[in-house]
Ligand binder design. Structure first.
Ligand code: M6R
Length: 612
């Protein structure tokens, strides 16, 4: 998805202006996925715009982004929605007189009618984007009022859809005007400068003092001033909303690793440790358990990897509490929320807290009277803000598009919730709960061992199977969500078709595809009953010529017909996400590297999906 940065600094506070900072921030936004990049800055009495299709470093070098000597600049990484990826469609966009330059994330639904209206009035458009209507609208309103804030407000009132806007103007040369509706936007507070960005990670090198904007909020920043209004146009005391983020620069950089994805896989033990420390400290788990105890029905909803963490939670809760949790994919919310009624509980899992599908499910569930528990990695993001209580994971910023450390952190937070819920319902004793929680304390160590044991094998196996056209990842019971997560990683990062399903399903169709050397990975939980059942499924695949790969703890299933054994640390049978996931993450990572793809920026994907 697109990224926004804007910085306005006191003149001469930096010898060469803010351009280098803008480029650095754009590079921090790269992970969101983009096809073009651009900047605009106030230089003297004019706006200088430079933009093109391509990678930030190359475009910036070619067009000289850093040579723009400006103290008030905006920048953008574009991920095409309206209009193909091209130089003209890249942001920023300007009006006819070059008085205003705008960058935008989101989609303007009524852009076609606004464009027609503006063209009839003589405005000349230079792109195919929905965004370009905004600078022309501001220009139009400004010609009447000669007040930039008023014209900007009128323009945002005229557009319909989702947006995060940042705009500069020759008429207010040290101000950046901003507005937010449904797309994330934050303000960063500095000494002698202020900034706006679509993402906290973009600001991490500049400041940790952040205001997370809410829908309808708009205003402007200058180096020494912040003006903030709510959707009704009333002033908001922004001081009440300043938070300090704990992330460090190392958190948001590669720290010597070749890719963020690898760094984030390796960071899992720390992420789990911090998540544990966090959930033990705050009261969110207790509040969430109260909501669950009162609930008639419990649902869990999410997208992608977060859905797999949600499914793990659902299975765990049926094992520990005998309670049925209804899992549903967030984009299907219209169907599933129909069955939600007053007093039900919905757990919404989202690392970014901004995924539109999950946010829609939350909104609909709340409309129907449900209480919502969010599980998120991003403080003050939309889903937590709209939920009754939030359990925060503390995985630190995840820059790679693939969710890795946030998955295991979510699984841990949800495990903790499930155990406390089971205890509160009386389905497990205090001693059993203590035992299960002690097991959870071992997850950082287990994950570290799992990474150490499986990394070299994942690297070697990736070479062997990189050429495969298709892979099955099979498991049973509590291992199924882990298999699904493994298959998603192989697909999105390794670009190999991968399918996961409960192993017992093979004989109902999928086995028809199996031929000589077809790779089938078995996620074997440390549970004798499941091992026994999986033994048969392994045999079934082996006898059709499959290349059988088992991920299992040492000394498990020595009689299984496995061509390759990937040994993971021995642990409680419920802890599969922590013992078995690292191997699949590493395998996908090395498949991508082996094939020459960038695992941090898989094609067609964005980190945070804020469209339906
Ligand atoms: O931010 P969220 O957890 O809500 O994101 C959900 C999915 O978009 C995300 O997990 C996606 O599937 C990733 N590509 C997984 O690696």
């Amino acid at each position: 998805m697109c990224g926004i940065i804007g910085i306005t600094a006191m003149p001469h506070s930096l010898p060469r202006g803010v351009a280098s900072l803008i480029v650095k921030a754009l590079l921090r936004l790269e992970y969101r996925g983009y096809d073009s990049a651009g900047v605009a800055g106030i230089v003297g009495n004019a706006i200088v715009v430079r933009k093109a299709r391509g990678k930030i470093e190359e475009v910036s070098r070619r067009l000289g982004f850093k040579e723009i000597r400006s103290y008030c600049m905006i920048g953008h990484t574009r991920w095409a929605t309206h209009g193909i990826p091209s130089d003209n469609n890249a942001h920023p966009h300007t009006d006819c007189r070059n008085w205003f330059a705008v960058v935008h994330n989101g989609i303007l639904e009524n852009h076609a009618e606004l464009r027609r209206f503006l063209e009839e009035k003589g405005h000349v458009f230079r792109s195919d984007t929905d965004t370009e209507v905004l600078p022309h609208l501001v220009e139009d309103f400004f010609l009447k009022s000669e007040d930039v804030m008023e014209a900007f407000k009128k323009a945002i009132d005229a557009v319909r859809g989702s947006y995060a806007f940042a705009m500069i103007s020759v008429h207010e040369p040290d101000r950046i005007f901003y507005a937010k509706n449904k797309n994330p936007l934050v303000i960063g507070l500095g000494n002698g400068f202020n900034a706006v960005a679509s993402d906290i990670a973009a600001l991490i090198e500049l400041t940790r003092r952040i205001i997370v904007l809410r829908d309808g909020w708009h205003g402007y920043i200058s180096p020494r001033e912040i003006k903030l209004y709510n959707g009704r146009g009333e002033p908001v005391d922004w001081r009440k909303y300043v938070i300090t983020v704990e992330w460090s620069i190392e958190d948001a950089s590669k720290s010597g690793y070749p890719h963020y994805m690898l760094k984030e896989i390796m960071e899992q033990p720390v992420a789990l440790h911090n998540t544990l420390a966090g959930i033990k400290k705050d009261k969110a788990i207790d509040k969430a358990v109260d909501i669950l105890l009162d609930a008639e029905k419990i649902y869990v909803t999410a997208a992608g990897t977060s859905y797999h963490a949600g499914l793990y939670y659902a299975l765990l809760t049926s094992i520990l509490s005998g309670t049925l949790v209804h899992p549903f994919i967030a984009s299907e919310y219209e169907l599933y929320t129909k069955t939600i009624s007053e007093g039900d509980a919905v757990i919404a899992v989202s690392q970014s807290g901004e995924t539109m599908d999950t946010l829609n499910a939350v909104r609909e569930a709340k409309k129907r009277g449900a209480r919502v528990i969010a599980v998120s990695n991003i403080i003050e993001s939309s889903i937590p803000r709209e939920s009754n209580v939030t359990i925060y994971t503390r995985a630190g910023p995840e820059i790679g598009v693939a969710a890795t450390k946030t998955f295991t952190s979510q699984a841990l937070a949800l495990y903790w919730l499930s155990v406390h819920h089971a205890l509160a319902t009386g389905k497990i004793t205090r001693a059993e709960a203590s035992n299960l929680l002690r097991e959870a304390e071992k997850t950082p160590g287990l994950t570290r061992k799992a990474i150490e044991k499986t990394k070299p094998i994942a690297e070697r196996l990736a070479e062997k199977i990189s050429g495969a056209r298709s892979i099955y990842v099979l498991s049973r019971g509590i291992g199924v969500p882990v298999a699904m997560e493994g298959a998603l990683k192989v697909k999105e990062i390794g670009y190999i078709h991968a399918e996961a399903y409960p192993a017992g399903e093979s004989k109902h169709g999928p086995i028809a595809l199996v031929e000589e050397e077809f790779p089938v990975v078995f996620i074997v939980p440390n549970d004798p009953r499941l091992v026994d059942l999986l033994k048969g499924n392994i045999e079934e695949m082996k006898s059709r010529g499959a290349l059988t790969i088992g991920v299992l703890s040492t000394n498990t299933c020595s009689e299984c017909k496995l061509d390759i054994r990937i040994e993971t640390p021995t642990a409680n049978k419920l802890l599969v996400p922590f013992t078995h996931t690292p191997f699949m993450q590493l395998l996908s990572y090395y498949i991508a590297v082996n094939k020459g793809y960038d695992p941090d920026k898989p094609r067609n994907l964005a980190k945070t999906v804020t469209v339906e």
